[in-house]
Write a protein that binds this ligand. Structure first.
Ligand SMILES: Nc1ncnc2c1ncn2[C@@H]1O[C@H](COP(=O)(O)OP(=O)(O)OP(=O)(O)O)[C@@H](O)[C@H]1O
Ligand SMILES: [Mg+2]
Length: 452
């Protein structure tokens, strides 16, 4: 009978332990195991403490609250106590720069220091909050930008502080945007803010022909009160406007000012831009920001079937007519939508565009009329031209130049000027109304040889 295996193994084990080389190795290994075990224990314990005693909230970069929280974090918070001072010192900052172009003024750059990536501790009221700002290793498909999160953690006992934090952060964001109009444009398949929100443009600063502005504003305001009316009739709650006319007549400016007046943002796509395809347009229209005016610039681009290839082989705009219609009729039914379409070439558009919900109202925004010239004069020189005699001489001069004629003497088309050109003339002669009158001839556009 063989000896029991256990006794044999015991002897072997003793012999092995007598071997100093093996014993050393074994000792190290068990030490390692103990450390690993210990560390695991600590981790588990930390995890338990975390779960029981801490609460966290994670904000992803995609969330609208992300920039608010960043702005809130950048607020200076002087700490009184020695401990708070040491604990909350942030050693890593990142900078966020925004440039602001003031109308008729220089561009100003503002710097905002924010907590950088990594972990920081801040003290808010009586709670310590750990802030961890992380860039993830995964990236957004559309833009290739890495995902980013901020995680705020505090003691369970202080969990209510988060409500406070978010309320404050939102208030800061609201205040920063007060009196401003945000403009979104398209990057890849997303609406992204086009720079910082701009100061609201007063409606009064856009001078359209008599009654035109008032007509559109009244229509939009009326539309905004009628959601129920649309819902009851099962009609998608949408309204479309087409503004057409020559360049520099104030179409885009008016839409910007209207958005400001209604406290809406503007979401802008230029259809003549490269890379705007049917699919993309349809997709973007289903995920418009809230409270926004959709602005489709240069819609005639969708009606030009064959455009000359540019030197680099690109075809330019790629939106088709049916693509535009599909996008306008798209799936986001039930959602409020106000769309403004603009074009310089009404003659290229297809009548199918003029359907309820696509385009309900068409407005020509044309060359400067006498009414507009007078209004613009008053806006620029009203305070120095108290008796309006300067304005009358200016208007008489434009009349003499034939700018308001129905028809030129020889039966041809009379010269016309744009409101943009008048604005340019006035800006050039900022404090000098005589200069503006003397230079009025410059408003007549140079004759271009028409080749068709
Ligand atoms: N009717 C107007 N009232 C006030 N400013 C105007 C008016 N028309 C043009 N301007 C000024 O001229 C510039 C160009 O105007 P805007 O971009 O609004 O023209 P537009 O009609 O959109 O031209 P385009 O067809 O080329 O897009 C702006 O600086 C704007 O302030
Ligand atoms: Mg424009």
């Amino acid at each position: 009978m063989p000896e029991p295996a256990t006794a044999q193994s015991l002897i072997d084990l003793n012999a092995l332990l007598d071997n100093p080389v093996f014993a050393g190795g074994f000792g190290l290994a068990s030490l390692g195991a103990a450390v690993a075990f210990g560390r695991k224990g600590v981790l588990i314990a930390a995890g338990m403490i975390r779960r029981r005693m801490l609460v966290g909230v994670e904000i992803s970069r995609e969330d609208p609250a992300y920039p608010w929280i960043l702005a809130w974090l950048s607020q200076p918070r002087p700490q009184e106590t020695f401990l708070a001072k040491r604990l909350t010192r942030i050693n890593k900052l990142s900078v966020s720069t925004s440039t602001i172009t003031t109308p008729n003024g220089p561009t100003r750059a503002d710097f905002l220091l924010q907590p950088g990536y990594g972990s920081h501790i801040i003290k808010h009221k009586n709670a310590y909050i750990s802030v961890s700002r992380q860039k993830q290793t995964t990236a957004k498909m559309a833009t290739g930008e890495p995902h980013e999160t901020i995680e705020l953690t505090t003691l369970y006992a202080h969990r209510h502080i988060f409500e406070d934090v978010f309320t404050e952060a939102r208030a800061i964001a609201m205040q920063a945007n007060q009196g401003k109009t945000a403009v979104y444009s398209v990057r890849s398949f997303e609406w992204v803010p086009l720079g910082e929100p701009k100061r609201k443009r007063p409606l009064g600063s856009v001078v359209l022909d008599e009654g035109v502005k008032e007509g559109i504003v009244a229509d939009v305001r009326d539309f905004l009160t009628r959601q129920n009316w649309y819902d009851e009739r099962g009609i998608p709650y949408r309204r479309g406007y087409l503004l057409y006319g020559p360049p520099g007549s104030g179409k885009s400016s008016f839409i910007q000012a209207l958005a400001g007046e209604l406290d809406y943002s503007v979401s802008m796509v230029n259809l003549s831009e490269m890379g705007v395809t049917d699919d993309k347009l349809a997709f973007l229209l289903t995920k418009l920001p809230k409270r926004t005016i959709l602005l489709l610039e240069d819609v005639d681009a969708a009606f030009v079937n064959r455009r000359a290839r540019s030197a680099d082989g690109y075809n330019g705009a790629t939106v088709t007519f049916s693509g535009l219609l599909n996008a306008l009729d798209g799936l986001s039914a039930g959602e409020e939508r106000i769309a403004f379409l603009t074009t310089n070439h009404i003659e290229l558009l297809d009548p199918a565009l003029i359907r309820p919900g696509r385009v309900d109202m068409m407005v020509r925004v044309g060359e400067a009329t006498r009414y507009q010239a007078a209004q613009m004069w008053d806006r620029f020189y009203g305070d120095v031209d108290q008796d309006s005699s300067g304005r009358e001489r200016f208007l008489a001069r434009l009349q003499q130049l034939g700018l308001f004629d129905e028809e030129a003497k020889d039966g041809s088309a009379p010269p016309r000027t744009s409101t943009a050109a008048i604005q340019g003339l006035f800006l050039f002669n900022k404090n000098d109304m005589e200069g503006a009158i003397n230079m009025a001839e410059g408003l007549i556009p140079p004759k271009v040889e028409q080749d068709q």
